[in-house]
Design a protein around this ligand. Structure first.
Ligand code: SAH
Length: 236
């Protein structure tokens, strides 16, 4: 795979200009020179092979040689999750991107302790781009604004084939039979203190199935990766 660069305003032919951090990497780390071939993607399915024409001090002129559009996956995977502390959320976003999660929704719940501010979400968008570059993903993972539990249940879980991850006896372990073949699946993951009985009851009112991920208690980010991996294997 050639080196990949993200360019939001990429066109399917003609010229392209890379600047900012994307240009910095190509100029100063890879020492780009005219004739080098790279891959550009716009994060919405457009992918181009491009040739470096001129490497300036801060930006790079390229010529698009060929391009194609990649359709988004016909299977949507949505994960709503309480936010883990520190850089664990960054790790979660990176892995969710690699595993093909379509949309990630940071949740506030009764026992949530972390509420990332918008500036942090902007930094996480850079993590999404980096993971797309590295993994060959051409549609960015969509990172939603922070959402309350009640809105997530009503707006997303109720209209998808959905599950709330909730440890404890009684809930069935997630399986491919339970996941089925639906075009949109959605999962919810609670905070380290877990969902409250009231929160689980609200989900049940909207026909959301509680599921277990086994007898051990996983950290938020581990539960997210486990769910994303199950959903990714289902769509192969
Ligand atoms: N002390 C909490 C555990 C919180 S772990 C409790 O007992 O409920 C953080 C979140 O990860 C949980 O709310 C749940 O959504 C998910 N999770 C962790 N381990 C899980 C398991 N074994 N089965 C299902 N969900 C799990």
């Amino acid at each position: 795979m050639p080196h990949r660069f993200f360019l939001a305003n990429l066109s399917d032919s003609g010229t392209a200009v890379l600047d900012g951090i994307e240009a910095h990497h190509l100029l100063h780390v890879l020492r780009a020179s005219p004739g080098d071939i790279v891959e550009l993607f716009n994060g919405a399915g457009l992918v181009a092979k491009a040739e470096v024409v001129k490497a300036g001090r801060r930006d790079i002129d390229l010529r698009v040689l060929e391009s194609h559009r990649e359709e988004p996956s016909s299977r949507q995977v949505i994960i709503g999750t309480a936010v883990p502390k520190g850089d664990r959320f960054d790790w979660l976003i990176e892995k969710a991107t690699e595993l093909g999660v379509t949309r990630l929704v940071p949740l506030t719940t009764e026992r949530s302790v972390v509420d990332p501010r918008d500036s942090k979400l902007d930094k996480l968008r850079q993590t999404v781009i980096a993971a797309c570059k590295q993994s060959g993903r051409n549609h960015l993972l969509e990172l939603s604004p922070v959402t309350t539990w009640a809105s997530f249940v009503k707006e997303t879980l109720s209209s998808s084939h959905s599950f709330v991850a909730h440890p404890g006896p009684g809930a069935p372990v997630l399986s491919s039979e339970l996941l089925g073949n639906h075009s949109q699946v959605a999962f919810a993951i609670g905070p380290e203190g877990g969902f409250t009985d009231g929160e689980v009851a609200l989900a049940a009112e909207h026909k959301v199935t509680p599921i277990s991920l086994g007898p051990l208690i996983l950290r938020i980010e581990t539960a997210a990766v486990a769910l994303a991996a199950c959903a990714a294997l289902r769509s192969l």
